[in-house]
Design a protein around this ligand. Structure first.
Ligand code: PAF
Length: 283
């Protein structure tokens, strides 16, 4: 049975009781519209903890003024049924007014690693993410929290924030879950038409081709690799490329040496739908 809790004090009270009884709590923060990617995080949390909490909160603070906050999918009944089926103990579903009451004025800002890529194209996004995740950690008091690598920069921002603020939670990075053609699972995929969905499989293919270039015996320069990936992405029908970057996966700045690990990350629009994906290149 999954209990739905909307009240912040009720959720925090329950979390403190679990903690007092020595129960481990696995936490999967989401914005709902759950898909197989979320469910893989829930399954892992289920395996590794006594209690599993999923939060569903479409966080206004992480959307820009021109972004899709209003139309973001909110299929709550379906999500609750999926949580029940997956054995979630508590579904935490706070309201925007509960999370950001009048007078709210404390924000969590991670500095350098939050500036490039998503930070550059979505100003204020990571401030909203870091703030809401810090608040959710304070309310749910998890032992472990699970995040997908599809949002690789988000994962690193949250790891940094949790370490810098000494939050007693272990951040667990989890693999990206993909559709058969390679498209990374995302709540925003529901916006895509069938043609766009098929075309969007090409994003993964372009990143993989870029990764091959990085790994080749005589790798091209980062700029040449980015140019090659961008031109492959541009050839996908209906694609509008926002960025394709090869960066250091720790700093998100330019890779220092060709021999180091690298992250190839891209953001591509199909119509009004913005998709991101990445590939971590291990050396
Ligand atoms: O990845 C998401 O769904 C959101 O950014 C998160 C981590 C739940 C914060 O709102």
């Amino acid at each position: 049975m999954t209990r739905v809790i909307a009240s912040l004090p009720a959720m925090q009270g329950q979390a403190l009781r679990w903690r007092r009884r020595g129960r481990s709590v696995g936490f999967v923060p989401t914005m709902g519209a759950l898909h197989d990617g979320h469910l893989s995080l829930v399954q892992r949390a289920r395996r590794e903890n006594d209690i599993v909490v999923v939060s569903i909160f479409v966080n206004p603070a992480q959307f820009g003024p021109q972004e899709d906050l209003k139309k973001y999918p909110r299929p709550f009944k379906r999500d609750a049924a999926l949580c029940r089926k997956a054995g979630v103990d508590v579904l935490f579903h706070p309201s925007p007014a509960g999370m950001y009451p009048p007078g709210f004025q404390t924000w969590v800002t991670v500095q350098n690693i939050a500036k490039p890529l998503e930070g550059e194209h979505r100003p204020g996004h990571f401030r909203g993410v870091a703030t809401v995740v810090a608040k959710l950690f304070g309310i749910v008091q998890p032992t472990r929290a699970y995040f997908g690598k599809k949002d690789f920069q988000q994962l690193k921002v949250i790891e940094r924030m949790a370490a810098d603020l000494n939050l007693p939670v272990k951040i667990i990075p989890c693999p990206t879950v993909r559709e058969a053609g390679g498209l990374a699972r995302s709540s925003r995929n529901v916006y895509l038409s069938l043609e766009e969905r098929l075309a969007a499989n090409g994003v993964r293919a372009a990143l993989r081709a870029g990764a091959e270039l990085v790994k080749s015996k005589k790798p091209a320069s980062p700029t040449e690799i980015e140019r090659s990936v961008r031109s492959k992405l541009k050839r996908i029908p209906g694609a509008r490329v926002q960025y394709a970057r090869l960066v250091d996966p720790q700093t998100f700045g330019a890779p220092k040496r060709v021999k180091d690990d690298a992250l190839l990350a891209a953001a591509v629009y199909f119509g009004r739908t913005r998709l991101i994906d990445n590939i971590l290149i291990k050396r």
